[in-house]
Design a protein around this ligand. Structure first.
Ligand code: ADQ
Length: 468
């Protein structure tokens, strides 16, 4: 079995927190089995970059981390990754900042990773690079003579060509993806946008899963990430989950709870969610005192101005809605800025009659899947889901809405609150089948099996004839 080398901005060490995400669990398992290494930024800042690698091993998972300079963090992480690529790839061209320093820092950090990592890599290793922080890394590793099988997975949407061309040096960024052998996206929609760009802007050709540009042919595939459904369903009946369920239920006093759980990020449509809920309260006074929206939103990326702004906006919006509708014994919005360990989170999901997931754009959205997995099969809640989340391609039995429309959101809340048990069960079963079948292990093996099958000694794979 070839060794797997995972490279991403940050690594997750099993022992560091009892609350590993599904991605971390899935990758840890593959790393353990293949005796691989997970490489990333330590999260620490150093005065001078030395290329020193901090190795550690936890529960059989080896990690290798490097420290970055403050300027690196400003230009690469807070800059190009989170002020340029993240907003642009989430269709927020209005928030995207284009600065040469950012791009310079992004390339410098990727080069630093390439220089540091390449001595660790052996010829038979499989390299799997993750996400928008690391797009040029593969090219930089190839420039250093590495001929390994190399894959890249994008966790966020791929933007339409008309938006992507607003990025200075967009062609160079996309060209870099052709250094990989397999490039993965969550959905057909993101994949189609990628192919469209390559055909229209670069004169490349597409034949089935194969995309050719010049003398490079790569596989570009849609491969939706899942969660560890079984583990999440078990978490929902754990002691911590039960404790949470009881605590929440007691505090609700027979009111129906709607839950939202997100990183505090403008792409998650939180402002629109509060607006849609306010619209529901305005349109349906008969539901006053009978519902509560609990929004759990731990702050993220607090060094970036647009994140400080969204936090201030939500603080004031929650205050305004509560000010307008609260009474001495009822607060319509519970707005909580903290994270919860997985078991407790599962208990919160289970105590909510409605999961309200309304991103304006989302590569996938795992919260939607977690909400489904945490439900009581005998009395499941209803998922209201934005049609602009990647998850909407799979969870077709959710109530799909346009998050920009407060009326649609209000109507969906009304419908969900009144939905008969039979219909709830039927919709939940269909969604749970998808969550269970295309789970995190399925995702990982779908991607890595393609990558393992690549033959680097025969780089020009004969493309299949185009369908149709
Ligand atoms: P994110 O944008 O972080 O991920 P998401 O897919 O919803 O979005 O994952 C968030 C994770 O954080 C979930 O597992 C959730 O349980 C957890 N989380 C959020 N709030 C929490 C809280 N208060 N307490 C504890 N845990 C919390 C990016 C992309 C997504 C894509 C994923 C995976 O933006 O579109 O689905 O990567 O590819």
């Amino acid at each position: 079995m070839s060794r797997l080398i995972v490279i991403s901005n940050r690594v997750s060490r099993p022992g560091k927190s009892g609350n590993q995400g599904g991605l971390a669990v899935a990758l840890s398992q593959a790393l353990r089995e293949s005796r691989g290494i997970w490489v990333g930024w330590s999260g620490e800042v150093t005065d001078h970059f030395t290329g020193h690698i901090g190795f550690s091993e936890d529960q059989g998972v080896k990690t290798a981390t490097i420290d970055l300079e403050e300027q690196d963090v400003d230009e690469y992480y807070n800059g190009y990754a989170n002020k340029t690529l993240w907003p642009l790839f989430h269709f927020r061209i209005d928030l995207a900042e284009y600065a040469r320093d950012f791009e310079g820092g992004y390339n410098r950090v990727n080069r630093r990773f390439a220089e540091t990592v390449s001595p660790l890599i052996e010829p038979d290793d499989i390299i799997w690079v993750h996400d928008y922080h690391m797009i040029p890394l593969g090219q930089m590793l190839r420039d250093r003579g590495l001929d390994n099988r190399m894959g890249f997975f994008l966790h966020i949407p791929w933007p339409p060509t008309r938006l992507l061309v607003s990025l200075p040096h967009h062609t160079k960024l996309v060209q870099a993806l052709f250094a990989y052998d397999v490039v993965g996206f969550h959905t057909e929609e993101w994949l189609e946008s990628f192919r469209h760009y390559v055909e229209r802007e670069m004169g490349g050709t597409v034949a089935g899963d194969f995309v050719t540009l010049g003398d490079r042919t790569i596989q570009a595939v849609a491969c939706p990430i899942g969660i560890n459904a079984k583990e999440f369903a078990d978490a929902a009946v754990s002691d911590d989950a039960k404790y949470m369920f009881e605590t929440v239920s007691r505090s609700l006093q027979d009111r129906a709870m709607i839950v939202g759980v997100d990183r505090l990020d403008y792409s998650k449509g939180l402002e629109e969610r509060f607006g849609g809920y306010a619209r529901f309260l305005k349109d349906h006074p008969e539901y006053h005192r009978k519902v509560v929206l609990t929004q759990v939103a731990p702050p993220s990326r607090e060094d970036v101005e647009s994140y400080q702004k969204i936090r201030a906006t939500l603080d004031s919006l929650a205050g305004r809605i509560n000010g307008e509708y609260s009474d001495v014994d009822w607060t319509p919005i519970r707005y909580v800025n903290q994270g919860y360990p997985r078991d407790k989170l599962a208990g919160i999901y289970r105590s909510a009659k409605i999961g309200l997931v309304t991103p304006l754009r989302d590569g996938m959205n795992l919260v939607a899947k977690e909400y489904v997995a945490a439900q009581d099969p005998e009395d499941p809640g209803v998922l209201i889901l934005s049609r602009f989340a990647g998850a909407a391609m799979q969870l077709k039995d959710a109530l799909l809405i346009n998050p920009y429309s407060p009326e649609e959101m209000s109507d969906a809340i009304l419908r969900a609150l009144a939905m008969p048990l039979d219909e709830r069960k039927k919709r939940w079963r269909a969604m749970m089948d998808s969550v269970e079948t295309q789970d995190i292990s399925w995702w990982r093996s779908s991607f890595t099996s393609r990558l393992s099958a690549v033959r680097r000694d025969a780089p020009t794979v004969e493309p299949e004839p185009a369908a149709g």
